[in-house]
Design a protein around this ligand. Structure first.
Ligand code: FES
Length: 157
């Protein structure tokens, strides 16, 4: 129950944006980590654009802030350092290569597993970087490592 007496619906939680650092710092380092409302996120600055996502890989909790960024099918992806899963920076989709078993000589095609990693919003104001957590109500695979028992950062409350 909230202070105003209304019941809080966890599916519809709205998060305030949180200042995580300065623009000139991330432009030099090209990545940074932050804790936003008790959720660990990584922020990338890549080719003039900012991207934020849950820091733990949806597959098995790998540290995405230590991965390399590479293009696959023309889409910039973070490559998880643990098992090399590819996650698009812009949408959080897991990419994989598929082959046609009936035509093994055909070139493998890049396909999407759908959104697997939760993406958050980055805004810049007066040289400060702000992150607003996603409040999209869908269940995202990376939530498993960002919440509950697997969360690295424990709530201060
Ligand atoms: Fe990231 Fe396995 S933990 S690919």
């Amino acid at each position: 129950m909230n202070l105003d007496g209304s019941a809080q619906d966890p599916e519809k939680r709205e998060y305030s944006s949180v200042c995580v650092g300065r623009e000139d710092y991330i432009k030099k380092s090209e990545r940074m980590t932050a804790v936003v409302h008790d959720r660990e996120v990584v922020i990338f600055y890549h080719k003039g654009e900012y991207h934020a996502m849950d820091i733990r890989c949806y597959h098995s909790g790998g540290p995405l802030h230590l991965g390399d960024i590479e293009d696959f099918d023309g889409r910039p992806c973070i490559v998880c350092p643990w098992h090399k899963y590819k996650i698009t920076l812009a949408t959080g989709e897991g990419l994989y290569q598929s082959i046609n078993p009936k035509d093994p000589s055909a070139k493998p095609k890049w396909c999407s597993k759908g959104v697997k990693q939760r993406i958050h919003t980055v805004t810049v104001d007066n040289g400060n970087i702000y992150v607003t957590l996603s409040s999209e109500p869908f269940k995202c695979d990376s939530d498993f490592y960002a919440t509950g028992d697997f969360k690295v950062i424990k709530s201060s409350s």
